[in-house]
Design a protein around this ligand. Structure first.
Ligand code: DI6
Ligand code: FE
Length: 409
């Protein structure tokens, strides 16, 4: 036993279901870190008597500790802003109308193409720091605002550099199939271009950990999804999908058939879709920020997902058009108030189940022996407070791979 750090005087919300209690909590807990991993955890009275003399003992002063938070669905890297479009929507235009008129995603594509790699990096870094300040230590970042070779790869390189520079683990997703770019009139031809030209380059530069697609009337149809997923499989890349956000196209069930990591949005998911997700083990990722910001009224089938045992994650969908959200804690609150998740389900949605959605199961998103020591210490009296505050930030300290990377106050 050669522990580096022993954290005592903490209340652990382990989020480990094996503990069989709310939040997998251990009151009066202690936790040992060795080589960036959790070496031991338990109640303080169970601590072995013969502690190594060189171990640094840190008193958590009664704070709650959770796993580092994970935002498993973001479009963090983009150029420009869509505040003008927000004003148009307040005058009555719908999100889909704006998209059909060439605004929407395409206006961000224009701004992103016009941005240098450094400009994209700096604006995304600002956003990333806000997430990190709230205890986010893992984040997924999609491309999808380039829609042509150089700009898609530029977005993914920025995502990679963010992960190399900040103490946040980044999962990169290729979302070339976000919408049809202005250079193409035909979705089939664009999907062919993605499969034949872009995907091989993305894969050979190891710029993506997964492939995503927007399956929607203003996105891509099922046949196009299948074609893209088949190409992704050829490159050994896992898939995920934006599905059933604005209508029911059967995208989630199709993705489940390809062993997708997750299906995201899901407001219009039907029983068949729920059953397909349950059978495949895919995670249902709920995005309350987009639901709120677009003033949607169709609720995702949360009770059916629960009944079927589908793991539910919660993410920010941070993007300039449908969810300019820069707070994952606010998403916890929205998941509870809008979707009626319990605070415990919401917290599982940004820890254990978010890890699962990124293929990081066991490694992150849970406080357990052997897992990476990504931890957050909070100034709260109960874990439900993480979903309770609107816009507050009770984060005290963020630990990544056993090292303190941020301390507030
Ligand atoms: N669904 C969304 O909510 C985002 N992308 C997607 O496929 C919106 C992206 C945008 O409006 O810029
Ligand atoms: Fe999205």
């Amino acid at each position: 036993m050669s522990w580096d750090t022993l954290l005592t005087g903490v209340r652990l919300a382990t989020m480990d279901p094996a503990r069989g209690c709310a939040y997998g909590a251990i009151e009066d807990g202690a936790l040992a870190i060795e080589d960036g991993r959790i070496a031991w955890l338990g109640s303080r009275v169970e601590l072995p008597g013969d502690l190594p003399s060189e171990v640094e003992v840190v008193d958590g002063e009664g704070r709650w500790v959770t796993p580092g938070l994970i935002d498993c669905h973001t479009h963090l890297v983009y150029g420009g802003s869509r505040a003008g479009e927000f004003e148009l929507r307040l005058q009555g235009a719908s999100y889909e109308e704006i998209a059909r008129r060439g605004g929407g995603i395409l206006s961000t594509v224009e701004a992103t193409r016009a941005s240098s790699e450094q400009e994209l990096y700096e604006s995304a870094a600002r956003r990333l720091q806000r997430f990190l300040a709230e205890g986010v230590t893992g984040i997924e970042i999609k491309s999808g605002y380039g829609l042509e070779f150089d700009s898609e790869l530029r977005q993914l390189r920025v995502a990679r550099r963010l992960g190399e520079t900040y103490p946040v683990t980044v999962s990169k997703t290729f979302l070339g199939a976000h919408t049809l770019p202005p250079e193409f009139e035909d979705g089939d031809a664009y999907i062919d271009y993605l499969c034949d030209q872009m995907l091989p380059a993305v894969a050979s530069e190891q710029l993506a950990d997964a492939v995503d697609v927007f399956c929607e009337s203003i996105g891509f149809n099922l046949a196009q999804v299948e074609k893209l997923f088949s190409a992704a499989r050829d490159h050994g890349l896992p898939v995920k999908i934006h599905a059933e956000q604005l209508s029911n196209m059967g995208g989630a069930a199709a993705a489940a058939g390809w062993g997708a990591l997750s299906a995201d949005h899901l407001e219009y998911l039907d029983d068949q879709g729920v059953a397909a997700l349950a059978a495949s083990g895919a995670v249902a990722v709920l995005l309350p920020g987009a639901f709120y910001f677009l003033r949607e009224t169709q609720l995702p089938p949360v009770q059916a997902l629960r009944d079927a045992g589908v793991p539910i994650a919660v993410a920010s969908d941070c993007n300039p058009g449908s969810s300019p959200a820069e707070s994952l804690l606010l998403m916890l609150n929205m998941a509870c108030t809008l979707f009626r998740l319990t605070p415990e389900e919401a917290l599982a949605g940004v820890t254990r189940n978010a890890a699962h959605a990124l293929g990081w199961k066991q490694e992150r998103g849970v406080i357990a022996a052997g897992a990476c020591a990504d931890l957050v210490l909070w100034d709260i009296e109960h874990p439900a407070e993480l979903a309770y505050f609107l816009g507050g930030n009770p984060c005290h300290q963020v630990v990544v791979a056993g090292e303190t990377v941020l301390r507030h106050g």
